[in-house]
Design a binder for this molecule. Sequence first.
Ligand SMILES: Cc1ncc(COP(=O)(O)O)c(C=O)c1O
Length: 384
Amino acid sequence: MNTPQHGFATRAIHDGQAPDPRTGAVNVPIYLTSTYELQGIEKHRGWEYSRVSNPTRDAVETSLASLEGGTTGHAFASGMAAIAALVTMLNTGDHVICGDNVYGGTTRLFTQVIPRHGIEFSFVDTSNPENVCRAIRPATKLVHIETPTNPLMTLTDIRAVANICHEHGVPMSVDNTFMSPYFQHPIELGADIVMHSTTKFLNGHSDGLGGILVASKPEHAETFRFVQKCTGGILSPFESWLILRGVKTLAVRMRQHDENGRQVAAYLAKHPKVQYVLYPGLETHPQHELAKRQMSGFGSMIAFEVGTRANADKLLQGVRVITNGESLGGVESLISHSATTTHAAVPAEERKRIGITEGLVRISVGIEDVADILGDLDQALAKI
Ligand SMILES: Cc1ncc(COP(=O)(O)O)c(C=O)c1O
């Protein structure tokens, strides 16, 4: 089933996940098979070898393409494998514009690996679309952004940047990991490709890595399908199934993440030990109006400043309900120190320039009882 006329929660439960035609099982089986019986030379039932396609992976690809409003999904072993696959659409001599605050692993790939193949990157503050316009060159073949950014929660106006990209014939990709398709639809706003670390909200239970590229143009679909087959960094059937199970509750989880996120942000904003809070749902966020326009919720990713690395350490060691750990988007609340974890690969000078300070802490607010999350923050902040 692929049913654009149905609502989001219905599509999250049914698209790509029709009852098994053979047995009627309401859940897509986990097809633990590397290969398939052929019916003769060049005769098969649609599957030949699982690096190329597997019915469980097909299901998650269909599901996420539907939720993002794209045409095809292409699942990879992790978010980074998906980003690595994304840049295989480029050739030596090409130029890429990337946001200057993206996940640290993306920065590492785009500064330490891909440039070795003769591809050049410009890192610009895409929150001002003019910067994208200025950075475009004839060799520019991709604009890649994250909005909101990890961890500074800076927004980029997707429609404005997409318009600039289209004027210049440059494809645009959006890492939509922080918002999930429940709150933000980059393709609807003009982006060509959406990328996710499915490890986060889409899986939702911190029990499997994964990544997806959702394409909206046939040429990108063809490239991504080909790269799955050629490089083989595809998502396993079991981890595909974990995402299928996760997305069924995406709508209810995201609503609760958002509700808890708003309350935690409001609490932190008033706390005397917290110098500032970065959360698009707060009226003090400089892009609050854009957030209201471009997203249908604010989510549960919050960054806040506690002044020093020592204070951050006390807070992270003090939490009891919340877990001190990297990653995000699971049902449990996670808190982390961006400078030494997710963004350790970004040079200290660059971190300082963009505002990833030693006192900056990021929280992924889970869906526990919000009173327990607030109580935990209260006792842990008291240790500072
Ligand atoms: C925004 C964002 N994009 C991409 C990634 C990379 O995903 P993965 O860890 O699944 O490789 C992450 C990981 O934290 C992330 O936060």
